[in-house]
Design a protein around this ligand. Structure first.
Ligand SMILES: Cc1cc2nc3c(=O)[nH]c(=O)nc-3n(C[C@H](O)[C@H](O)[C@H](O)COP(=O)(O)OP(=O)(O)OC[C@H]3O[C@@H](n4cnc5c(N)ncnc54)[C@H](O)[C@@H]3O)c2cc1C
Ligand SMILES: *[C@@H]1O[C@H](CO)[C@@H](O)[C@H](O)[C@H]1NC(C)=O
Ligand SMILES: *[C@@H]1O[C@H](CO)[C@@H](O)[C@H](O)[C@H]1NC(C)=O
Ligand SMILES: *[C@@H]1O[C@H](CO)[C@@H](O)[C@H](O)[C@H]1NC(C)=O
Ligand SMILES: *[C@@H]1O[C@H](CO)[C@@H](O)[C@H](O)[C@H]1NC(C)=O
Length: 502
C-alpha cells in the first residue's frame, strides 16, 4: 500500500513536471518499485472494446487468468456503442458506432470471426442486399441520376481491380484520387461527386485524396472478397455490442474488469509497467496491452513515460483517423423515400433482382453543391428493420463531421431540416421528436471513428504501429490490423502470448 501511494505521488510529480528531465529521476524510482517485484497483476489490458475483450479471451484460453481489463466507460464494447433513441414511449436501440457485419462466409471459405460471434450470441441481423440501390435527390427534390450512380459502382470496381494489377510495384503507392484518375474516373458534377462519395468516403470515413489506393483496395477485398459481399445490419434490441458483451460474460470474472477507470499515464520500463488512473491510483503489471484508438494515441490523451520511441510516434502520426457520423432524427410519421423499389434500379444477379422487387428501399443519396454535405440517408422505418419507428438518419464523414461537432445540436438540426425540405419540397416536415449524434472526433476516448490508411503510410510504419516497446508494452486494436484496419476484427496476439508463456 505504502509503495503504491509513493508511486502515485511520484507519478503525479512526473505528470505535472513541465520538462521531461524532471521526470527522469522519478522514472528510476518507478523502476525501483518494479524491480522490488510489486505487481497487481500479470497483464493489464487497457481498453475494453472488441480488441481488449478478445485479448482477454486469448489469455484465458492459454490458461493465463491473471489479467485486468481497464476501461474508462461504464460498460465493455468501445466503438460498438448503442443509444436508446426516440421520444417517450417510442424508444428504439440505434447504433451510433459499428452497425454492420461486413462480409460473412462464402461456401466453406474463411468465415468472418465477427459473424461467427454474432451467430453464437444470436445477434439479430438483417440483410442489406439493396445496398447498391438508392433513391436519388438533389436540392430541387427527387432527381434521377441512377445512370451516374451505376457508373460510380463500376468506377470503384475498376479502382480496386487496377490497384491489384499494380501489386508487383507495391512500393509505389498513390492516393485513391490518383487511382481513380488513372482508371478513368474524374468526377466533376455534383451527381458524380455524391455517387463517388457513396462508394468511397461512406466506407472509408475519408476522401479518396486522403486514402491509399492500394490499401483501400486491399481492405475492400479482405472484407468483401475474402469473406463475402454481404453487409448484415444489426437490429438487435440489446445493441450490436451484445456480441462482445455476451462473449465477455462467458469467461470474465468480476475482479478481471475495472469499469469507469480512465488511464492518464503509462510508465514503461524493461522490468514492467505501471499505469496511473485519473483518480491518482496506480496499477502495476509485468505487461500492458494498449488497445486505445489511434486517435487517442495521436492526441496525447494518455501520457507515455518515457515518451514512446520516435519510430513508434512516426507510425502513430503517419496513419490517419477518419470520422463517420450518423445523425439520427425521429419524426411522428414517415414522409421519405418510395416504399417500392423501381425495377430499373436493380442491376445485379437475378437472385437479387427477385429480392428487390419485394423490398422497400433503405437508402437515399442527396447531391448537394458541396461534396459531403448530408449525402447519404438511411431509414430505420422499414419493414425489415423497425417498422413504424419514424427514424431517419444521415451520415457525414471527415472534416464535415468535425465541422458539425463544433456546432450546437440546434444549428445542425436546422441545417439538416433545410436539406430535407429541399429533398421533399411537397412534404410538410415537422420538427423531429428526437435528435442525436455522437461526437466521435471530440471524444477523448476515441478522437475519431476508425483508422484510414493514407498513401504515405508504408508497410514498415504498419509493422511499427503494432510493434511492442521493450517487450513490456504491447499494442492492439483496430488500427494495428493490416487486413482489417477500420473494421471489427479479432486478433490472436500470438507474439504476446509466446512471450508470456516463456
Ligand atoms: C461510427 C462508427 C461506425 C462503424 N461502423 C462499423 C461497421 O459497420 N462495421 C465494422 O466492422 N466496423 C465498424 N466500425 C469500426 C469498429 O467499431 C471498430 O474498428 C472497433 O469497434 C474497434 O475496436 P477496438 O477494441 O480496437 O477499439 P475501441 O472500441 O475504441 O476500444 C478501446 C477502448 O478503450 C477505452 N479507452 C480509451 N481511452 C481510454 C483511457 N484513457 N482509459 C481507459 N479506457 C480508455 C475506450 O472507451 C474503448 O472502450 C465503426 C466505428 C464507428 C465509430
Ligand atoms: C460506473 O459509473 C456509472 C455512472 O456513470 C454507474 O452507474 C456505474 O454503477 C459505475 N460502474 C462501476 C462498476 O463502477
Ligand atoms: C434468438 O433471437 C430471436 C429473435 O431475435 C429469438 O426469437 C430467439 O428465441 C433467440 N434464440 C435464442 C437461443 O436465444
Ligand atoms: C481485388 O479483387 C479483385 C476481384 O477479385 C481483383 O481483380 C483485384 O486485383 C483485387 N485488388 C487487389 C488490390 O488485390
Ligand atoms: C410537388 O407538387 C407540385 C404541384 O402540385 C407538382 O407539380 C410536383 O410534381 C410535386 N413534386 C414532387 C417532387 O412530388
Amino acid at each position: 500500500m505504502l509503495a503504491s501511494m509513493r508511486t502515485a505521488l511520484l507519478l503525479s510529480l512526473a505528470l505535472h513536471g513541465t520538462i521531461y528531465t524532471a521526470a527522469l529521476p522519478i522514472f528510476h524510482d518507478v523502476q525501483t518499485v518494479l524491480s522490488e517485484g510489486r505487481r497487481d497483476t500479470k497483464v493489464l489490458i487497457l481498453g475494453g472494446g472488441v480488441a481488449g475483450v478478445t485479448a482477454a479471451r486469448t489469455l484465458h484460453e492459454q490458461g493465463i487468468d491473471d489479467f485486468i481489463i481497464i476501461e474508462a466507460r461504464h460498460e465493455l464494447g468501445g466503438r460498438m456503442m448503442s443509444h436508446a433513441f426516440g421520444a417517450a414511449g417510442k424508444h428504439w436501440t440505434v447504433e451510433v458506432g459499428a452497425n454492420w457485419v461486413q462480409g460473412t462466409q462464402t461456401g466453406d471459405g474463411p468465415a468472418n470471426p465477427i459473424w461467427e460471434l454474432a451467430k453464437k450470441h444470436n445477434v439479430s441481423l438483417r440483410s442489406s442486399h439493396d445496398f447498391m440501390s438508392v433513391e436519388t435527390y438533389d436540392d430541387s427534390g427527387a432527381f434521377d441520376f441512377q445512370d451516374v450512380f451505376r457508373q460510380s459502382i463500376e468506377n470503384f470496381r475498376s479502382l480496386t481491380a487496377t490497384a491489384g494489377a499494380r501489386v508487383p510495384n507495391q512500393l509505389v503507392d498513390m492516393s485513391a484520387r490518383s487511382g481513380y484518375a488513372l482508371s478513368g474516373a474524374r468526377p466533376s458534377s455534383r451527381y458524380e461527386m455524391a455517387s463517388e462519395y457513396y462508394q468511397f468516403d461512406w466506407e472509408f470515413g475519408a476522401t479518396p485524396e486522403e486514402t491509399s489506393w492500394l490499401a483501400s483496395s486491399w481492405a475492400h477485398n479482405h472484407t468483401f472478397k475474402t469473406f463475402s459481399p454481404e453487409n448484415l445490419l444489426s437490429v438487435d434490441e440489446r445493441g450490436f455490442k451484445a456480441l462482445i458483451q455476451a462473449e465477455a460474460d462467458e469467461f470474465l470474472s468480476e475482479g478481471q474488469v475495472r469499469l469507469n477507470a480512465t488511464v492518464s499515464a503509462i510508465f514503461t520500463s524493461r522490468k514492467g509497467v505501471v499505469v496511473m488512473l485519473s483518480d491518482g491510483t496506480t496499477v502495476s503489471a509485468d505487461h500492458a496491452l494498449c488497445t486505445f484508438s489511434l486517435g487517442v494515441l495521436q492526441h496525447d490523451d494518455v501520457r507515455f513515460i518515457p515518451p514512446l520511441p520516435i519510430w513508434k510516434q512516426e507510425a502513430i502520426h503517419s496513419m490517419a483517423m477518419g470520422t463517420y457520423t450518423k445523425v439520427f432524427m425521429q419524426f411522428p410519421e414517415k414522409f421519405w423515400f418510395d416504399t417500392e423499389v423501381h425495377l430499373s434500379n436493380a442491376i445485379f444477379s437475378t437472385r437479387i433482382l427477385h429480392e428487390l422487387t419485394r423490398t422497400a428501399l433503405q437508402m437515399a443519396l442527396y447531391a448537394d453543391h458541396e461534396r459531403g454535405r448530408y449525402p447519404v440517408w438511411q431509414t430505420l422505418d422499414h419493414p425489415d428493420i423497425f417498422p413504424g419507428c419514424g427514424i431517419l438518419f444521415t451520415t457525414v464523414t471527415g472534416t464535415f463531421s468535425q465541422r458539425i461537432e463544433s456546432m450546437t445540436d440546434a444549428a445542425v438540426q436546422a441545417e439538416i431540416l433545410s436539406v430535407l425540405r429541399s429533398m421533399f419540397p411537397n412534404a410538410s416536415i415537422p420538427e423531429p421528436l428526437d435528435f442525436y449524434f455522437q461526437r466521435w472526433y471530440s471524444d477523448p476516448l476515441f478522437r475519431g471513428s476508425y483508422s484510414n490508411w493514407p498513401a504515405n503510410f508504408l508497410s514498415e510504419h504498419q509493422g511499427n504501429l503494432r510493434a511492442n516497446v521493450d517487450k513490456r508494452l504491447w499494442f492492439a486494436g483496430e488500427a494495428t490490423s493490416k487486413k482489417w484496419f477500420g473494421k471489427l476484427s479479432v486478433s490472436t496476439f500470438q507474439k504476446m502470448v509466446n512471450k508470456l508463456n516463456r
